[in-house]
Design a binder for this molecule. Sequence first.
Ligand SMILES: [Zn+2]
Length: 154
Amino acid sequence: MTIKSIRYLVVHCAATPPTRDIGVKEIRAMHLQRGFNDVGYHYVIRRDGRVEKGRADTVAGAHVSGFNSVSLGVCLIGGVDAKGQPDQNYTPAQYEALEQQLLKLQAAYPAAQILGHRDLSPDKNGDGKISPNEWLKACPCFDVRAWWNARGSR
Ligand SMILES: [Zn+2]
């Protein structure tokens, strides 16, 4: 993928409970088991805010159906509660790291839009908006665009 081909910076969650401290190594193992040839994401942000590199930015990921060839995937560890229900349970260090990582990526890929996985679900009723009933997954369990636009006012 080239700089011009990246249209989206897609935020994901690992759908793991907050007590599970995993990173690229563990996700790569899970994704290999699912038949991918590497970790599906380009970046993974651990619970303590450490950013780990996944695939090279020049290689298409495996993280968002229909958009892998035009996007980079950034995955936050966490995103479900102890019962496996969607839960916006990221740590302050993760939000800070996500903001810094997206700023870097935005500088490198100025044409790319920042959004969440759920925002790339199909618009079934064609109203131009992706509504909660159209989300294929809740991932990453928060409104990434609203969060991004509110930065600076936090
Ligand atoms: Zn996702």
